[in-house]
Design a protein around this ligand. Structure first.
Ligand code: HEC
Length: 115
């Protein structure tokens, strides 16, 4: 019994430690899960559903963190994004940004069609 509780404490300590180190770095898998709430507009893979909504797939991690932080703190204002970004924690912003930055994109030939 004594041994078991010591093991439980050691296990709890190791979980707490790995949780602490995870919190310090972005987690792509957690970001992918969080991104389900963004998919309605930005698409399930970060390719947006409408031409008025920016694609996020393959965007730079630092840029995404900067924009989400700007929406959250009000220095960038958007009728849609301000409310969505406000509840995000710094860790969630890092995770979401890491996920979208990780989506591989292939740049095609420039369109020759007249716009
Ligand atoms: C209801 C639709 C909608 C949802 C849901 C949504 N977005 Fe957006 N998002 C937009 C629109 C529209 C813009 C363009 C905002 C502007 O500048 O006016 C935008 C802009 C952004 C930008 C800036 C992109 C750039 O190129 O500067 C980021 C980053 C972003 N969204 C991330 C997210 C994340 C992460 C989520 C999920 C938590 C999310 N969005 C959910 C509509 C949405």
């Amino acid at each position: 019994m004594h041994y078991r509780s010591a093991a439980a404490i050691a296990f709890a300590a190791s979980v707490a430690f790995s949780g602490g180190s995870l919190a310090a770095s972005p987690d792509v898998t957690a970001g992918r899960h969080l991104a389900t709430i963004c998919a309605a507009c930005h698409g399930s893979d970060g390719m947006s559903v409408d031409t008025s909504i920016p694609n996020l797939a393959g965007q730079h991690y630092v840029y995404l963190v900067q924009q989400l932080t700007a929406f959250k703190n009000g220095s960038r204002v958007s009728p849609l994004m301000t409310e969505l970004a406000r509840p995000l924690t710094d860790q969630q912003i890092a995770d979401l940004s890491a996920y979208y930055a990780s989506v591989p994109i292939e740049v095609g030939k420039r369109s020759t069609a007249k716009h």
